[in-house]
Design a protein around this ligand. Structure first.
Ligand code: HEC
Ligand code: HEC
Length: 189
């Protein structure tokens, strides 16, 4: 008879689950990393992309050996360390310090990855330039190319998630050990 009186089990959604919350936070991170202002440089190919439509960069601009462009046409020929004044018009080259692409041997691709692939790539130290979670947080918080995404110049749309929300979501994800969508552990098992 005691078995009949057993209390009903608590519904799973009522149990706090930090890993599931961290996976939810990664959805915010993904929205930023795959925004055109970010993914236009985080590409598998050789030409950086332009505009929200991600069209290949004009004038056959390419990555080069170190991400800085080819010797005859480095990124810095056109991209300065700040955005040009508005009087230069909406299509002047935007600018931020060390404007360049990741190098060819670690391209740090964000574009066209599934949430699980993106999550695994971002925290893979062999792919991300040896960054642990602290270094990644510092990068998304302070890096000048990252910050440019919220001040892109011309009539480019800034990243849609506010920067402080992005950093807070990144920290929540990292604090739980960076669980990825689809991980068994992320489901709390
Ligand atoms: C002009 C090109 C450019 C733009 C725009 C850009 N990045 Fe990057 N990003 C780079 C380069 C180059 C590196 C490599 C830096 C290094 O390790 O020296 C990098 C590295 C990173 C890394 C660390 C590597 C990794 O795979 O985790 C993250 C995270 C990152 N960027 C996020 C962003 C976000 C978020 C935005 C948009 C808000 C953005 N980036 C916009 C060029 C760019
Ligand atoms: C010959 C000049 C020139 C060179 C060299 C050049 N760019 Fe550009 N770039 C531009 C101009 C101009 C724009 C703005 C285009 C527009 O808005 O119509 C631009 C836009 C961009 C954008 C688009 C930002 C966005 O989200 O729409 C990225 C990314 C970019 N360049 C990366 C690079 C990288 C990386 C290099 C070096 C490998 C480079 N560019 C070299 C002139 C140049």
């Amino acid at each position: 008879m005691a078995a009949c009186a057993a209390p009903a089990t608590t519904p799973p959604q009522a149990v706090p689950n930090p890993r599931a919350e961290a996976v939810a936070a990664f959805a915010t991170v993904q929205k930023v990393l795959q925004h055109p202002r970010c993914q236009n440089c985080h590409i598998p190919g050789e030409a950086p992309l332009q505009f929200d439509a991600g069209l290949p960069h004009m004038m056959a601009v390419v990555r080069g050996q170190d991400g800085m462009g080819v010797p005859g046409l480095p990124c810095s020929t056109c991209h300065d360390v700040t955005n040009p004044p508005a009087s230069f018009g909406p299509h002047a080259p935007p600018g931020a310090p060390t404007w360049h692409l990741p190098p060819p041997d670690r391209k740090m691709v964000f574009i066209n990855l599934s949430p699980a692939e993106l999550c695994a790539t971002v925290k893979d130290r062999e792919k991300n330039g040896g960054k642990d979670f602290d270094a990644l947080i510092k990068h998304v918080d302070e890096d000048k190319l990252v910050l440019w995404g919220w001040n892109p110049g011309g009539d480019r749309a800034p990243v849609s998630v506010p920067h402080d929300e992005f950093v807070a979501a990144f920290k929540r994800w990292a604090a739980a050990g960076g669980p990825c969508p689809g991980d068994q552990l992320a489901l709390g098992q």
